[in-house]
Ligand binder design. Structure first.
Ligand code: PMP
Length: 395
């Protein structure tokens, strides 16, 4: 038998460092307010940016699709056949993002695993990655045999140096630059126009993970490519349906040839079953609603700018955030953990985030603002942040 004490000891050590994650059990659906341990608390943790996670129209679409199509797709799409609604969603997503085509997968995490090694998998390839890229990009790169280069966060000089190295020293067959669009822990935006310029100069491809950009940036939430007007200049856009879209699933958007190739070769597409009809129909409904109106996206930004302005006035350090992702920088993991506990006592659910999700010494409370929050909700949060911030001598 394996010696499980080793694992217990490791978790005990994490606890002592304030790094043991306390996974809360929810007793209600996602929304502005949720129930945990029988207690109603203000929810500042979810990626439910636009409130779709418990939206009536999405729920009805999921119920109808279940009645029409059943609960499961049967097997992988290349073997059991692909249901019409999967294809409808792929078309709707392509239209929404202004891309030629998309391939729909099980999650954003899996989309990164599908995109990177399938196209840039050979030893003679080069992958150049921002140091703060999401774990699923890092794991996608690990699945490839390509030579890896990492550049300092958003540092275009370093990116150019790595591109030169890959082109002139390694003499790489294919070069990929990969970056998060919006960085999920800091809320800053990648300088995509400069990245695309450099890619053109060095003959590299560009992949951007738009997980926190879609539903948030660009016209009506069309994402980072739309935000910068770079349609047709980014080779692979990764999307997730689990955040602003409120459901589950991921996709890769790009040229028609790329998508057709991925459907032949990407291992998560070939070897793992697609999402259920209910998921797919709910995603389709979210895209439809966003195409009808940008009201929710505007509300999200109004809420974010109000909350961030007031938090800065109180003296909180919000790092480099440019989006509704609001890191309240506390640096010390134990302080962050204590802050989160005190907030919970005050009726607020805001998780502390520490290593390995963020670098050591960069612990924080990450506040996720949503369009579902009312002004009263935000004022309540501000009052409690001020109270706890003063108590712990953070402000
Ligand atoms: N990429 C980024 C940048 C993310 O923040 C996340 C979610 N944490 C993902 C990918 C994974 O998305 P999903 O939850 O759909 O797997």
């Amino acid at each position: 038998m394996f010696d499980y004490k080793i694992l217990e000891d490791e978790m005990e050590a994490l606890k002592n460092e304030g790094l043991l994650i306390n996974i809360r059990t929810l007793e209600s659906p996602q929304g502005a307010w949720i129930v945990i341990n029988g207690k109603r608390v203000l929810n500042l943790c979810s990626n439910n940016y636009l409130g779709f996670a418990n939206d009536e129209r999405l729920k009805q679409a999921a119920i109808k699709a279940t009645q029409e199509w059943g609960v499961g797709p049967g097997a992988v799409r290349t073997i059991a056949g692909t249901m019409k609604i999967h294809e409808e969603l792929e078309k709707a997503l392509a239209e929404f993002k202004g891309a030629d085509a998309t391939i729909f997968l099980q999650s954003g995490f899996i989309a990164n695993q599908a995109a990177i090694p399938t196209i840039f998998g050979d030893e003679s390839d080069a992958i150049i990655s921002d140091e703060l890229n999401h774990a699923s990009i890092i794991d996608g790169v690990r699945l490839s045999k390509a030579k890896r280069y990492v550049y300092k966060h958003n540092d275009m000089n370093e990116l150019e140096a790595r591109l030169k190295e890959a082109r002139d020293v390694q003499k790489a067959r294919r070069i990929l630059i990969v970056t998060d669009g919006v960085f999920s822990m800091d809320g800053d935006i990648a300088p995509l126009p400069e990245i695309v310029e450099l890619a053109d100069k060095y003959g590299a491809a560009v992949m951007v993970d738009d997980a926190h950009g879609e539903g948030v940036l660009g016209r009506g939430g069309r994402g980072i490519v739309d935000h910068f007007g770079l349609h047709g200049r980014v080779d692979m856009e990764i999307g997730t349906l689990s955040k602003a879209f409120g459901v589950l699933g991921g996709y890769i958007a790009g040229k028609e040839t790329l998508v057709r190739y991925l459907k032949q070769k990407a291992r998560p597409f070939l070897f793992s079953t697609g999402l259920t009809p209910a998921d797919v129909a709910a995603c389709l409904e979210a895209v439809k609603i966003l195409q009808e109106s940008d009201e929710r996206v505007r509300k999200l930004w109004d809420n974010a700018s109000y909350f961030k302005t007031e938090m800065r006035k109180l003296g909180f350090d919000l790092g480099v955030s440019q989006t509704p992702i609001t890191p309240v920088m506390l640096y010390d993991a134990k302080v962050a953990s204590q802050f989160s506990k005190e907030l919970f006592e005050e009726g607020i659910f805001a998780q502390a985030i520490g290593y390995p999700t963020v670098p050591k010494g960069k612990a924080r409370i990450r506040v996720m603002i949503s369009a579902v929050h009312s002004k009263e909700d935000l004022d309540f949060a501000l009052e409690k942040f001020e109270k706890v911030g003063k108590k712990l001598a953070v402000i």
